[in-house]
Design a protein around this ligand. Structure first.
Ligand code: ATP
Ligand code: MG
Length: 561
């Protein structure tokens, strides 16, 4: 929650103004019935005029009417100003929180990200983040105003008649008891509902993301069924919330009815005894009603406040989550220029601690050396590269770059030394040119074209009607597997980093294109340290050494055949 206050603090002048406006509204509500009461007592019943009316004694009725109009107009103005201010403020609060959540979500470690799932994070950014507006502006602020209004109205009631005041006070404790009884249940149920809704949504997301397979295997109905079942669970929780909320509201309404009946009895009896005027009885009933209204607000806002709190807790949990792999507080700067010497020392790693993927992996790569890495599928080759990128942290052992532990190098600086072609190139929404420029943000179109040419992608791009400005669909849906792979290669060509990590860079290409890409790559590899994972012997040409990953470790280093 401290994160919420930190965000809110930046907007304190607006929040304060909003609070003042709300308090003005409460004050106006006290004034609103006074003209009617005065008119009844002074004009009709000919009682003594209060001091503030004396200057208008000749025309008391028109003055009272004008006063009544003025109070109403002020109240309208206050309402408009409040609405405008709170909408603007609310949207800005949400925008700021969303931006912070998005940044935090990208820093989140891959392991946590996979464990939690994209949809849950999405739900937190999209849906839970809105809670900050509701919590502060629709929840906390009205509750604060309601409490102030309550105090004002009770004071007004006591000044009018002590027994009427006590009727108002008597409503407080039962209300608080009712709130206490429902609060924990509501909050827990809200958290539960959000969790269940996000689970249902993740089925939609996963299904739409894999729509080709879903259609090909004909499991649309089964997926719909799964979604319906997951949604039904959320519906049940929402129903429980509505029930709790409704019970609470019913309690408030009963209290209101009891209070009104008591006030009517006490007020009219007092008027009969001549203690109160007719106008004052009316005023008393009005104020008592104004006591209920903040009580009702408190009651109504209660459920939503609990709901918003659950949402805010989910959202801000993302902010306090440990970011990525641990970063060193005082990173060691890399020597310039980076030579590109790599050393793995007794590396062990498993995605799941119960199932080690790599054990006892030790090897050294000299600067400028080209290493081929082979091994059967699932043996841990891609994992080896992930560890080098520090996408994951090894369970034990150390990796060194130019003699410096990776853990002591600033993450951004380490990754700036690496050009990577992933086993599967994932495209971002945007144009082809933008997607190649991922390799070097801000690269000119000339450089982008040169990289595409080196990756044998240029001709293919020319065949698209929009060329480099072609928009690629979600996950690169508009490109063939081989085209996507060459976008990955073009990124590496553009990046111009001292260390090249290539994971099956030619697996999706035909033999001719592969040869062309390999000879272009020959130039790219010049003077750089290269780790190339492949199942294809043809791609190993030009490597200085080949390492074999087998039984969770590197078993043989053999020179090229
Ligand atoms: P391939 O030749 O098929 O690409 P690989 O040698 O690159 O295989 P890795 O991707 O390194 O294999 O995977 C090594 C092992 O780790 C596999 O058994 C795989 O099931 C497991 N693995 C890979 N990624 C994850 C992950 N994100 N979470 C859990 N386990 C994983
Ligand atoms: Mg792999």
């Amino acid at each position: 929650m401290s994160e919420v206050w930190r965000l809110a603090r930046r907007f304190w002048p607006q929040l304060l103004l909003l609070l003042l406006l709300e308090l003005l509204g409460a004050g106006l509500a006290v004034l609103a019935p006074i003209p009617l009461q005065t008119a009844l007592d002074v004009v009709l019943q000919k009682r003594a005029a209060p001091a503030w009316l004396v200057p208008f004694s000749g025309s008391a009725l028109p003055a009272l009417c004008a006063g009544s109009l003025l109070v109403t107009l002020l109240a309208q103005g206050q309402g408009l100003a409040t609405a405008l201010l709170s909408t603007g403020l609310g949207q800005r609060l949400i925008r700021d929180l969303r931006a912070r959540l998005f940044a935090a979500a990208q820093r989140l470690s891959l392991a946590r990200h996979i464990e939690r799932g994209t949809t849950d994070t999405l739900y937190r950014i999209q849906s839970d983040a809105q809670s900050i507006e509701w919590f502060l502006l629709d929840g906390a602020l009205p509750v604060l105003t309601a409490i102030t209004t309550l105090a004002l109205m009770l004071t007004a009631l006591f000044r009018l008649d002590t027994s009427l005041g006590w009727v108002g006070v008597a409503l407080g404790p039962p209300l608080l008891l009712a709130a206490r009884a429902t609060r924990p249940g509501l909050k827990a149920a809200s958290r539960d509902a959000k969790q269940k809704e996000s689970e249902a949504l993740s089925i939609v997301q996963a299904t739409l993301g894999a729509l080709t397979s879903v259609k090909a295997f004909g499991i649309e109905d089964a997926q719909t069924q799964r979604f319906a079942e997951a949604s039904e669970k959320a519906v049940k929780v929402r129903l429980r919330i509505a029930l709790l909320d409704g019970l609470f509201g019913m309690g408030i309404q009963t209290l209101t009815a009891l209070g009104t009946a008591a006030a009517l009895y006490i007020g009219v009896a007092a008027a009969q005894r001549g203690v109160l005027t007719v106008g004052q009885v009316l005023l008393g009933l009005h104020y008592l009603n104004q006591v209920y209204s903040p009580l009702k607000t408190l009651g109504k806002k209660w459920a939503s406040l609990q709901n918003q709190m659950a949402g805010l807790e989910r959202a801000t949990a993302l902010l306090t989550e440990p970011a990525e792999v641990p970063t060193h507080p005082n990173p060691t700067p890399l020597p310039q220029p980076v030579r590109g010497e790599l050393r793995f020392e007794n590396i062990a790693f498993g995605y799941d601690p119960r199932r080690p993927v790599l054990e006892n992996v030790s090897f050294t790569v000299a600067p400028g050396e080209r290493i081929g890495i082979v091994g059967e599928t699932g043996s841990g080759k891609s994992t080896l590269l992930s560890l080098l990128m520090r996408l994951y942290s090894p369970t034990s052992g150390e990796i060194f770059l130019d003699g410096i532990k990776l853990t002591e190098i600033a993450l951004a600086e380490l990754r700036a030394q690496l050009a990577v072609v992933f086993q599967e190139t994932v495209l971002l929404p945007g144009t082809l040119a933008e997607n190649i420029a991922v390799g070097k943000p801000g690269a000119t179109l000339t450089k982008i074209e040169a990289a595409a040419k080196a990756a044998q992608l240029h001709e293919a791009v020319q065949r698209f009607p929009d060329g480099y400005q072609t928009k690629v669909g979600e996950r690169g849906a508009a490109l063939s597997g081989g085209e996507r792979q060459r976008v990955g290669l073009a990124r590496a060509f553009l990046r111009d980093a001292p260390i090249l990590l290539l994971d099956e860079p030619t697996s999706a290409l035909d033999a001719t294109t592969e040869q062309e890409v390999l000879s272009a790559m020959e130039r790219l590899m010049e003077g750089r340290t290269v780790l190339l994972v492949t199942h294809r012997e043809s791609a190993l040409r030009g490597m200085h050494r080949v390492l074999l990953v087998e039984n969770r470790t590197l078993v043989a280093h053999f020179p090229l055949p």
